[in-house]
Design a protein around this ligand. Structure first.
Ligand code: NAD
Length: 502
C-alpha cells in the first residue's frame, strides 16, 4: 500500500463553530451543548460545533416561515436568482477554506472536497438560472373561462444530509428549493456538522434575507426527528440510509409530510468481454474506491464475463495497491480514512462476513500497517463471492468490491437486478445494440455506458426500489419543490345555474 503521509495530529487549535444560523442571526444553541467533531485521520477532536435540539429547530422553522411571508415573497424570481449567483461566486472564492473544513470533518482528500465544492457552486448556478423560468400553463378547457396553473413554492423545506458529501449534497437541495421560492432549514449529519455552518456565513454575505436559509447541526434522533415532526415544515428532502428514510416516512405521516429520499445502493458494474478492458478497469477502480467507497453510487458489485473475470479481478487487485492512502490534507493523497470509527468497524465486519462466506481477498482486507492512527482501511478486492451473500447484498459504504462472473447477457442482467437497491448501474461493451438493450433492462435510476457514472446538475438522479423516492437534479426536480394551483376564471358572467331553484 502506497502511503503519502502519516496521519498527523492537528496543527491548529481546536476550531469553534459555536453558533447556529437561524433567522439571519448567529445564535447560541438553547441547550448550550456542542458536538465534538473528530478528525478521522487523527482520531482527535478538531472542532466544537453548536448542537441544535428540538427547541432550536422550532426557532429555525419559525424563522423560515416568517421569511417566507416576508421579503422573500416580495422579490422577483430574477432577484432570487441573482442572490443565488452571488452565493455561488462566494463558494468559488472560498473553495479552499470550505474544502479544508469538510476534509477535516469527514476525512475526504482535499483534491475531492475542492472539486465537490466547486461543483456545488455550479449546481447553485444552474438553479439560479432556473429561478425565473418556472412557469405554469394556460388550459383551454372551456371557451368562456380562463384556466391556468401557478407553480407555487411548498413553504419551508427541511433538508437532512448525510456525512459523506455535506456541501455537495446540500447544493442539490438548496438550489432547487430556493429557485422555486421556498425557504429552508439545513440539518447536517452529526459526524460532519461544521461545513454547512461555514456555508451559512456565505449565505449571510451574499445578502439573503434572514431566515431564508437556516443551519441547525444536531443529532438525527433529536434535531432531525424534530424537523420531520414539525407542522411548519412542508417537505423533507432526505439523503441517507433507507432505514432512516423509513423512520422519516412513519413519523412524517402524522403531518402528511411530502418526502423525497435519496438512499443507498449496491450498484452493479457489468463488463462484457468485448469492452475496452483497460478503460473499464480504470473506471471500475474509480467507481469502487473513490471517497474510500463512501459513495451511494459506488460500483461495489463488478460482474465480468466469465472468460475474463479472473484476470480482470487480478488486475484490479494489482492496480488497487497503487492507490495512495494518506492524510486528506496532503494533496497527493488519493483516498483518506473512513469517516468514523463506526463506519470503519462496519467495513471490517463486512470483510469478515465475506471471508466467512468463502470469499477470497486478492488485495487489501485489513487496516494498513503504515497508518497507526486514523480510521484507515485498505481498498479490498474480493473474488469467489456469491451474489446472494450479505457482502454482495448489503451496502458496505467502504472500499470493498466483489468481482463476480457471469455467463451471458441474460445472466448479467438477472444478477445486476437481484438486489433490493436500484440507484446506479454501469455497463461496458462495444456492441451498441446490447448497450441500449441492457441499459433499458437494468433496474436503476441512472445507467452509464462506457463511462464513469455521470452525476451532473443537468441529469435526473435518484433511485429505484429501496434506493429512494423522487429525483434530484435537472429541471425535473423543480416539480419536487413546487405545488400546482389551478385557477379558473369565468369569462361569461351571467346568472349561475341554481340547482335549488325548483
Ligand atoms: P443516516 O441515514 O444515518 O443519516 C443521514 C441523516 O439523517 C443525518 O443527518 C442524520 O442525523 C439524520 N437522521 C438520523 N436519524 C434520523 C431520524 N430518526 N429522523 C430524522 N433524521 C435522522 O445516513 P448516513 O450514514 O449519514 O449516510 C450514509 C447513507 O447515505 C448511505 O446509505 C448512502 O448510500 C446514503 N447516501 C445516498 C446518496 C444519494 O444521493 N442517493 C448520497 C449520499 C449518501
Amino acid at each position: 500500500m502506497a502511503v503519502t503521509s502519516e496521519a498527523t495530529r492537528p496543527t491548529t487549535e481546536l476550531r469553534r463553530f459555536d453558533r447556529l444560523f437561524i433567522g439571519g442571526e448567529w445564535v447560541a444553541p438553547r441547550s448550550g451543548r456542542m458536538i465534538r467533531s473528530i478528525e478521522p485521520a487523527t482520531e482527535e477532536v478538531w472542532a466544537e460545533v453548536a448542537e441544535a435540539d428540538a427547541s432550536d429547530v422550532d426557532d429555525a422553522v419559525k424563522a423560515a416561515q416568517a421569511a417566507l411571508r416576508g421579503k422573500w415573497s416580495q422579490i422577483t424570481p430574477t432577484q432570487r436568482g441573482e442572490l443565488m449567483l452571488r452565493l455561488a461566486a462566494l463558494m468559488r472564492r472560498d473553495v479552499d477554506k470550505l474544502a479544508e473544513v469538510e476534509s477535516r470533518d469527514n476525512g475526504k482528500p482535499l483534491r475531492d472536497t475542492k472539486g465537490e465544492i466547486a461543483r456545488a457552486a455550479d449546481w447553485i448556478t444552474f438553479f439560479a438560472g432556473a429561478a425565473d423560468k418556472i412557469n405554469g400553463t394556460q388550459i383551454p378547457f372551456r371557451p368562456d373561462a380562463l384556466a391556468y396553473t401557478r407553480r407555487e413554492p411548498l413553504g419551508v423545506v427541511g433538508a437532512i444530509l448525510p456525512w459523506n458529501s455535506p456541501i455537495s449534497l446540500c447544493s442539490w437541495k438548496l438550489g432547487p428549493a430556493l429557485a422555486a421560492g421556498n425557504t429552508i432549514v439545513l440539518k447536517p449529519a452529526e459526524q460532519t456538522p461544521a461545513s454547512l455552518l461555514a456555508l451559512g456565513k456565505l449565505v449571510e454575505e451574499a445578502g439573503f434575507p434572514g431566515g431564508v436559509v437556516n443551519v441547525v447541526p444536531g443529532y438525527g434522533e433529536v434535531a432531525g426527528a424534530a424537523l420531520v415532526a414539525h407542522k411548519g415544515v412542508a417537505k423533507i428532502s432526505f439523503t441517507g440510509d433507507h432505514r432512516t428514510a423509513q423512520k422519516i416516512m412513519q413519523s412524517g405521516a402524522a403531518t402528511l409530510k411530502r418526502c423525497t429520499f435519496e438512499c443507498g445502493g449496491k450498484s452493479p458494474y457489468i463488463v462484457f468481454a468485448d469492452a475496452d478492458i483497460d478503460k473499464a478497469l480504470t473506471v471500475a477502480l474509480h467507481s469502487a474506491f473513490r471517497s474510500t467507497g463512501q459513495s451511494c453510487s459506488a460500483g461495489s458489485r463488478v460482474f465480468v464475463e466469465r472468460s475474463i473475470q479472473r484476470e480482470f479481478a487480478e488486475r484490479m487487485a494489482e492496480r488497487s495497491l497503487r492507490i495512495r492512502l494518506g492524510n486528506p490534507l496532503d494533496p497527493k493523497t488519493h483516498i483518506g480514512p473512513q469517516t468514523s470509527a463506526e463506519q470503519l468497524a462496519k467495513t471490517e465486519s463486512y470483510i469478515a462476513l465475506g471471508r466467512e462466506a468463502g470469499g477470497h481477498v486478492l488485495a487489501g482486507g485489513k487496516r494498513p500497517d503504515s497508518q497507526p492512527r486514523g480510521y484507515f482501511i485498505e481498498p479490498t478486492v474480493f473474488v469467489d463471492v456469491e451474489n446472494t451473500s450479505r457482502l454482495a447484498r448489503e451496502e458496505v459504504f467502504g472500499p470493498v468490491v466483489a468481482v463476480m462472473p457471469f455467463e451471458d447477457e441474460d445472466h448479467a442482467v438477472s444478477l445486476a437486478n437481484d438486489t433490493d437497491y436500484g440507484l446506479v448501474g454501469g455497463l461496458w461493451t462495444s456492441d451498441v445494440t446490447r448497450a441500449h438493450r441492457v441499459a433499458h433492462r437494468i433496474e436503476a435510476g441512472l445507467v452509464s455506458v462506457n463511462t464513469f457514472r455521470p452525476v451532473h446538475w443537468m441529469l435526473p438522479y435518484g433511485g429505484y426500489k429501496m434506493s429512494g423516492i423522487g429525483r434530484e437534479n435537472s429541471l425535473e426536480v423543480l416539480n419536487e419543490y413546487t405545488q400546482t394551483k389551478t385557477v379558473v376564471v369565468e369569462l361569461a358572467i351571467g346568472a349561475p345555474a341554481d340547482p335549488f331553484a325548483d
